[in-house]
Structures are given as structure tokens and as C-alpha cells.
Design a protein. Structure first.
Lengths: 120, 96, 717
């Protein structure tokens, strides 16, 4: 089954995302900021990365740029979890190499239907 | 110079492998006349993979040779169909 | 698939309360004169997370309100708007408001939104100012795009950017998704005209394009959703088709941009409420600050609550949780590992033990002792939290109070990383607040007075915490006028708390402020009045087995020193013996122990036995009588008098003998049996016997004969 790396500094969001994805049969690893996520990405191979944008230590945009430098993640889908008020974040995300975004707030159903666009 | 060469598409006919496949195919184009594509074990295939095959078809055809499939997995025919490439790749449309 | 989101609520509330604390403390750092980007960023991030979570978990009141806060923060963060003090104040009020709303939600009740609505209006007024008109117009755009009625499908020309595949956007997935939303399916045609020669092909780049016919009448926005991640980089045309597959009138061909504009307009806040808000701030700032002050009752109530809410979120039972750093857990696991090794070593030794291996056994046992001690320390550490959790509310409190009293105050906090038990921390919060309020209100002089006496015009309050010999010491210090000894003494005499001719040292006078019913403020002020005196502070601290004293110097200030045990689970105890039974006194409450003359003891009888100890008379109680261990008339050979202090009163307790001092683990009687007055708990001694721990202030009450009946109390009275 596909494995997914979920990155968010909010524990409740992380739990919700992780619970939803696990329920749908995915393998999920969690990380709470870009630094941790990058280390986690190097340790394993993920088929999809979901990352929040606003995080301490290393934000989602920087993380995405760093991730794209890793040979294993050159083409891996990366979705940013963003909000509508952060309009230019979408562009910044794309420029950093993100595949797309999921607009917060989203519910579990929306999450699952959206990741179908990049997995399976 | 051999008469025909077989290229194995492997399990993934997708973007992370197209660079390597592209080189292998260029070599085959130089060495051989006809090319046989083995794609019965492909479990995942994407636009980049099929685009490469399409370009190969065009190259071989323009040289007057032929490309043929020796086994095609369902994933390959399905993906080609949804991308509208079945005809161009001489693949049968899967039953709807 | 349906997932019950309520299971994540608890975590959401916990992290949101933490986020609000962060916002508050960072906001207090923020001043319009020097705006630190990272501070603004941190505040923004906290607000952002709260909004995101609230939206996700269905708390729309929270997310809508936070949206306004976040938007204003974002503008400040992006440098589009200069920070004003007004903004900081508004943010702080918003934090209070959010905290109150979330506390209500956490308790399962509907939050009060009046305050939020009011603040929202103020925020919107700042944000939108005159921009209202523009908003109204853009709203119409969405209707314009829905054109022809006889639409039967769409033709979509999709010319991807060469890089589209590299970022993981897959045309075949988009088409498949489109197939899912199209009522009558889709037809895909690939266009390979741009495909280069094989040798020139960069196989990672997309050189194909497509024409997709979507059959059936669906909204353009449904198709656009599929391409939303790539529409900025790729060429996408949408052509509406009629039933014959012909393009409808050219006007129907809408570029992505136009539709996007309408999508954004839909997100914009409803303009209905806004005009009212514009009018209000225009009236002047005075109007605004007034609207804040008019109802002090509500914000005050809101402020008091969140502290409790944080201490024990009570949704779904008592789910109080604690965050423990991974390091602490890891060290615990290490120690358990060592314990297991020791245990297996001892186990092996025991299987065929002979006396020649005594040395090994002793070695193993001492290793076991070490493991146990380390394990105990580590487990205790899990409950330890830095005192900054208790200190964190003070910057705000001092700021608000200072403003209210018109005093300039600097708050200095030291030793914020000093750790203490979580339960102790929760219980020390209120007494600390009281002390700080007291220092601000009574301790510090007015600015005018300070200038007059040649002091710095802003007063300083220092909170300091440090460890000292197994205790934590917390100091609350002010550089104010010091305690007014004359006034304190007069008041105490007036209240009949001390004799009119009493000759007291300055130190003794200072301690009078802790007596019940003592209040120095000439009039009960709003700040530290509230009917709670220093006696209550002292009682609360005594209940934690702690002590409080005050040091004061006229003209230079006062310092309150609180000493607390690091944990409530372990007590430093003095073991005493009465009729071959062992009892335990908390070491902290013992003043002195003296040998008692037989005669003295025998004379102690009657309703209120007292004994003169140096200058003062102290009540005497016999533990053997309290616990009904020995008939009153029976001879006591030798006895000790332990002088203890509890609830501001010294009492002498007669025991047979003093045994050793040791740390004991407190076991609750309430949980295991029932509450017994005069006893605060029990412990198990090394030899396996149970010893009762004496509740000093509880037993002191028996001296007055007012105590609730316990076995043997008739005899003691």
C-alpha cells in the first residue's frame, strides 16, 4: 500500500489527517515540522507528502524545496495544506515544486478524494 | 546489427525511469531494425512513459521499421486509453 | 467513509489554548516602535493554526473570528500595514475572547458570541475601511459566468506546461477525475504535433496536449477544479457546446482568470455587517476604548476561567493530560531496561544460592537500590514542568493592572525553567496572582510618590524561582515602600489580633498580615480586595505543605518568599512514636522539639491546656488522646513535645518519642478508605507497616474543641 508522510505542526490536524489516511489503508508517518519531515523522508520512501505551510523551524515551502533536491523525491507528489487567505502561498508552493494544494479547512472525505488526484 | 531487439519496460513505465529508458531506446534505434516492447509486467505507467513510447513509435516508423508489443499489462492499455493514445500506440481500447 | 471528528477535539483544544498563550506572551513583547518580524510571525502562525483547526473540526464561530485576526496579522506581517498600539490591544482582547469561547466549547456548551461579534466589527473596520464598495461589485461576477441554458457539454483544450509532469501532476489522473464528474463521460484526443524528434526529446517534459470533450451539462467550475493545480502554468480553454457539439456564442468562452475572480469574491466576508463598523471607528478612538471599558465584568470572568480550563479539560471525563518530552520517556525506558537486567541477575543468583555468593547478592541488591532510586526520580520528573507555565500569565496581568492603576511597572522573571510538580504548579497559580496583585496595588507607590522620593518612576516586580534543598522557592519582590509597620500594628491591635501592649519585633509585625481577617488596604480596592486576604494565600500554601514569609524594608520594598515541596507525592517526614505506633509529621511544619517534664505533662488537663513556651502560651494536645490510644490517667514515663506551626498558630503535640526523619510516599486515605480529620494521608514504612501522616492544621483545630467528631475527640476536648 502507498505510504504517505504527513507534516503539520498542529497535533490535531496531524492526527486527523493520519487517522483518515490510515483508515483508507495507507501507511502514514507523521512529522511536526520541515526539519523533522526531511529527516523522515531521507529515512524512508514515501509515495506522497502532505505538508502544512506555516510551521516553525522549517516551513512547508522551504521543506518542499529541500525535498525536491533529494533524488528519491524528484517526482513524488507533494501537496501543501494551505488556506484560502494565503493566496500567494499557492504560487510559492508551486514554485518550490509542490504538486498542488488542499485548502483548509477540509474534511476527511475531501482529503481522500483530493489525494486520488496524485495516488493510485 | 541484429534484426530485432526487445526492450523490457519493467514494472514501472513512469517518469523516474524515462531518462534511462530513453537512452536504452536510443541505443536500440541505432543497433536494430525492429523493436519489440515487453510491457506485460508494468504495474504503473504515466504520461511521461507513454509519451516516450509514442516518440519511439514515430522514430521507428520514420526509419521504415516497426515496433510491436510482446505482452501489454492492463495498466498500460488503461492509461493509454484515458490519455487518448490507444490508437497512436496501436493498443486495443479496453472494454468500457 | 465517515469519520467522527470529535475524537480530535481534545487535542485541538489543548493545542489551541497553548497557541493562545503563545499569542498572548508574544503580543506583550510587541510594540509599535520596534516590530520584530519573528514575533509577528509566531503570533500569525498560532492564529493560523487555530483558524485552520477550528474550520476543520467544525467550530465555525472560532474560525470566522480568527480569520479576521489572522487577516490583520497577515497584513502587518507582509508590511502592508504599520502596527499600532490599537492593534495590539485588539489582538489581546481577541485572545481573551477566543479563550472564553473555546473554554465554553471544551465544556460542551455554546460559546457566547456577543463579544466576538463586537471585536470582529472592530477588526473588520480596520481591515476594510473604505474598501466596502469594491466588494459589493465583485459579488455580481459569479452570476455572469453562468451563461447559456442550452449547454450540453464542454470542449476543453489542455496545453500543459513542459514541467507539469515533474511536479507530479498527471494528465491521466486529471482526465480520470474529469470522467468521474462528467454526466455522460468524456472523449480524449491527444495532440502529438509538438512532440520533438526522439533524440531531442527530454522525456521528463510534457510535449503532448489534449482536447477533451466533456459530455453533459456541468458547471465550468466543476471542470476547473480538476485543473486547479495547473491552471496557472498551463493553457486551458473552456468552450461550452450545444447539443450538436457546436460552440455556443463566443461570450461563453471564459478564461480561467475570470472564474477565479468570482471564486475569490465568494470567499470575501459578507459586506452586510461592515458598513456599521466603518461608521464606528470614524467617530474617534475614544469611542472604541470606551466600548471596551464599559463592561469590565465580562472580560474579567472570561479571564479567570481559561486558567482552570487549561488545568483540567473536562470534556469526556477527567482526561487531564500532560506533555512529556521524549528525553524523559527515553531515560525511563533505559532505567527500566537496567532494572530488568538487575532482576534477571538476582533471579539467577537465587536459583542456586549458596553463602559463598553473598558478595554477589549484596552487590545486586545495591544495584537494585540504585535502579529503584533513579527510576523514582525519573518518574517524578515526568510530572515536573517548568514554572514558566505559572509565570506566563503575569506579563499580561501586570500590564493590565499597571494601566488600570496608572502605575508604570517592569516585570522581571527569573528562573523560569525551574521545574516543579504539575499539581503544585496548578495550585500555586492563584496564590501567586494574589501576591503579584497585592505587590502592584499596595506594594508599589504611585508614580508621583516615587518621583517625589527620588526613585525610578517605574516600579519593578520580580518573580524568581529556584531550587533549594529539595524545595522550590518562589519569590515575589517589589521595590515599593515596604510594609508600614505602624499601620499594621495599629490595625492588628484594633482588630484584637494582638494585645495593645504587645512588644513585637519588626519581623513579627510583618508576619501579622497573614492573620485571618487582616487587611491593610484602607478601602477594599478592585485589584486585590475581593475579600481574599493574605491568610487565604497562606492557607493555600500550607495545604501544599509549603510555607510563606515576608521580608520587608521600609522604603526599599517587600519580598514574599514561598517555599514548596517539589512534589505532593513525596513528603519529608519526621517519624514519631506514640504507644508503639508510628506517626509522621511533615518536617516543614516542625518548629522545635523539646523534652517534656513529667510534671508539666500531668498538669495538662482541663478543657484548654496551654503551656508557656518562652514568651507565648501555646496550646498543647496529646496525640495519644486524640487517637484514643491510652487512658488519660495512665502514666507516661518520658515524653517529647513537638512544637509545630500550622494555620499561623503554634501548637505543641505530645508524643512518646522522636524516631528518624525520612522521605515518605503519600498514599491517599480518601481514595483508599475515607477522609479522616486530623490525618492527611498514610504511608507504608520500610518494614511494611502503615503509618498515618498528621495533618497539622487539622489537628490544631481540635485544640479549639471545634473539630468534627473523630474517635476519641471527646476525650481530647
Amino acid at each position: 500500500m502507498a505510504s504517505i508522510l504527513a507534516v503539520d505542526d498542529s497535533a490535531s490536524m496531524r492526527q486527523m489527517v493520519s487517522f483518515t489516511l490510515k483508515g483508507a489503508g495507507f501507511d502514514v508517518k507523521e512529522a511536526c515540522d520541515g526539519v523533522e519531515a526531511l529527516a523522515e523522508a531521507k529515512r524512508g520512501k514515501f509515495d506522497l507528502v502532505l505538508s502544512d505551510v506555516n510551521m516553525p523551524n522549517m516551513n512547508g515551502i522551504e521543506f518542499c524545496k529541500e525535498l525536491r533536491q533529494l533524488p528519491d523525491y524528484k517526482f513524488t507528489p507533494v501537496l501543501m495544506l494551505t488556506t484560502e487567505s494565503a493566496g500567494d502561498m499557492k504560487m510559492q508552493g508551486k514554485q518550490a515544486g509542490a504538486t498542488g494544494w488542499i485548502v483548509k479547512p477540509f474534511n476527511p472525505e475531501q482529503l481522500l478524494s483530493t489525494i486520488k488526484r496524485v495516488l493510485g | 546489427m541484429s534484426q530485432s531487439v526487445s526492450i523490457d519496460c519493467g514494472a514501472r513505465l513512469s517518469i523516474e525511469r524515462v531518462e534511462a529508458l530513453h537512452q536504452e531506446m536510443e541505443q536500440a534505434l541505432r543497433d536494430a531494425r525492429d523493436i519489440e516492447l515487453k510491457a506485460d509486467e508494468v504495474q504503473y505507467c504515466d504520461t511521461a512513459g507513454l509519451q516516450l513510447i509514442l516518440a519511439l513509435f514515430r522514430a521507428v516508423e520514420s526509419a521504415g521499421h516497426s515496433v510491436s508489443w510482446s505482452g501489454v499489462s492492463e495498466v498500460v492499455s488503461d492509461t493509454a486509453s484515458i490519455l487518448g493514445m490507444s490508437d497512436a500506440l496501436t493498443l486495443a481500447q479496453p472494454a468500457a | 467513509m465517515s469519520i467522527d471528528l470529535s475524537q480530535f477535539h481534545q487535542v485541538f483544544f489543548e493545542e489551541s489554548f497553548e497557541g493562545l498563550d503563545v499569542m498572548e506572551s508574544e503580543l506583550l513583547e510587541l510594540s509599535p516602535d520596534s516590530v520584530d518580524d519573528e514575533t509577528v510571525n509566531t503570533i500569525f502562525r498560532a492564529a493560523h493554526s487555530i483558524k485552520g483547526g477550528a474550520g476543520t473540526f467544525g467550530f465555525m464561530q472560532i474560525s470566522e473570528f480568527t480569520h479576521e485576526v489572522e487577516t490583520l496579522l497577515d497584513e502587518i506581517r507582509a508590511g502592508q500595514r504599520a502596527l499600532e498600539q490599537l492593534h495590539v490591544d485588539l489582538f489581546l482582547q481577541s485572545v481573551d475572547c477566543l479563550r472564553a469561547m473555546m473554554t465554553a466549547l471544551n465544556e460542551g456548551s455554546e460559546p457566547e458570541t456577543a463579544r466576538a461579534d463586537e471585536l470582529k466589527l472592530q477588526l473588520k473596520a480596520i481591515l476594510h475601511g473604505e474598501a466596502e464598495a469594491a466588494e459589493g461589485d465583485s459579488n455580481d461576477a459569479s452570476e455572469a459566468t453562468t451563461g447559456g441554458s442550452e449547454r450540453a457539454g464542454w470542449k476543453v483544450r489542455f496545453i500543459p506546461d513542459a514541467d507539469v509532469l515533474r511536479t507530479g501532476n498527471e494528465p491521466f489522473r486529471m482526465f480520470r477525475e474529469l470522467e468521474g464528474v462528467a454526466p455522460n463521460g468524456i472523449k480524449v484526443m491527444v495532440n502529438e504535433s509538438e512532440l520533438p524528434e526522439f533524440a531531442n526529446l527530454n522525456p521528463e517534459e510534457c510535449r503532448l496536449s489534449w482536447t477533451i470533450t466533456v459530455m453533459g451539462d456541468i458547471e465550468q467550475s466543476d471542470i476547473q477544479t480538476v485543473f486547479e493545480w495547473v491552471e496557472d502554468d498551463c493553457d486551458i480553454d473552456y468552450i461550452a457546446l450545444d447539443a450538436d457539439g457546436q460552440a455556443l456564442e463566443s461570450g461563453a468562452e471564459a478564461k480561467a482568470d475570470a472564474a477565479e475572480a468570482s471564486a475569490e469574491a465568494a470567499v470575501a466576508p459578507e459586506p452586510v455587517a461592515a458598513p456599521a463598523a466603518v461608521a464606528e471607528p470614524a467617530n474617534s478612538e475614544a469611542a472604541q476604548s470606551e466600548s471596551v471599558k464599559v463592561e469590565p465584568a465580562k472580560p474579567a470572568a472570561a479571564k479567570a476561567e481559561p486558567a482552570k480550563a487549561k488545568a483540567k479539560p473536562n470534556r469526556g471525563g477527567d482526561q487531564s493530560s500532560i506533555r512529556v518530552s521524549i528525553d524523559k520517556v527515553d531515560s525511563l525506558i533505559n532505567m527500566v531496561g537496567e532494572l530488568v537486567i538487575t532482576q534477571s541477575m538476582l533471579g539467577q543468583l537465587g536459583q542456586d544460592f549458596d553463602i559463598s555468593r553473598m558478595g554477589r547478592l549484596l552487590e545486586g541488591l545495591s544495584q537494585l537500590e540504585q535502579n529503584t532510586r533513579e527510576l523514582q526520580e525519573s518518574v517524578m520528573k515526568i510530572r515536573m514542568m517548568p514554572i514558566s507555565f505559572a509565570f506566563s500569565r503575569f506579563p499580561r496581568l501586570v500590564r493590565d493592572l499597571g494601566n488600570q492603576l496608572g502605575k508604570k511597572v517592569n516585570l522581571v522573571m527569573q528562573g523560569e525553567n525551574t521545574e516543579l510538580d504539575k499539581t503544585v504548579m496548578e495550585k500555586i497559580g492563584d496564590p501567586l496572582v494574589h501576591l503579584v496583585r497585592n505587590s502592584l496595588d499596595h506594594g508599589l507607590e504611585t508614580t508621583a510618590k516615587r518621583i517625589e522620593t527620588g526613585k525610578d518612576e517605574s516600579g519593578t516586580i520580580t518573580l524568581n524561582a529556584f531550587h533549594q534543598g529539595g524545595n522550590i522557592v518562589i519569590e515575589v519582590k517589589d521595590d515599593g515602600a515596604g510594609l508600614n509597620e505602624e499601620r499594621i500594628l495599629n490595625k492588628a491591635i484594633e482588630r484584637g489580633l494582638v494585645a495593645a501592649n504587645a512588644n513585637l519585633t519588626p519581623e513579627e509585625i510583618h508576619q501579622l498580615i497573614f492573620l485571618p481577617g487582616f487587611s491593610t488596604a484602607d478601602q477594599v480596592s478592585d485589584i486585590s480586595g475581593r475579600g481574599v486576604g493574605m491568610d487565604v494565600v497562606r492557607r493555600n500554601i500550607n495545604e501544599l505543605n509549603g510555607t510563606i514569609e515576608v521580608k520587608s524594608q521600609k522604603g526599599t520594598g517587600s519580598t514574599f518568599v514561598i517555599r514548596l515541596p517539589l512534589t505532593l507525592a513525596i513528603l519529608d517526614g519526621q517519624l514519631v512514636e506514640v504507644c508503639n505506633q508510628t506517626y509522621i509529621f511533615p518536617l516543614v511544619s516542625i518548629v522545635e522539639s523539646i523534652q517534656l517534664q513529667k510534671q508539666t505533662l500531668n498538669n495538662i488537663s482541663g478543657s484548654q491546656p496551654v503551656m508557656k513556651l518562652r514568651d507565648e502560651y501555646i496550646p498543647i494536645i496529646r496525640l495519644d488522646q486524640v487517637f484514643n490510644l491510652r487512658p488519660l490517667e495512665e502514666e507516661v514515663e518520658e515524653a517529647m513535645l513537638v512544637v509545630v506551626e500550622g494555620d499561623n498558630e503554634k501548637i505543641g503535640i505530645v508524643v512518646d518519642d522522636l524516631l528518624g526523619q525520612q522521605q515518605v510516599v503519600i498514599k491517599s486515605l480518601e481514595q483508599n478508605y475515607q477522609r479522616v480529620s486530623g490525618v492527611s494521608g498514610a504511608t507504608i514504612l520500610g518494614d511494611g507497616t502503615v503509618a498515618l501522616i498528621i495533618d497539622i492544621s487539622g489537628i490544631g483545630k481540635k485544640v479549639d474543641g471545634r473539630a468534627a467528631a473523630i474517635p476519641g475527640s471527646e476525650q481530647a476536648a
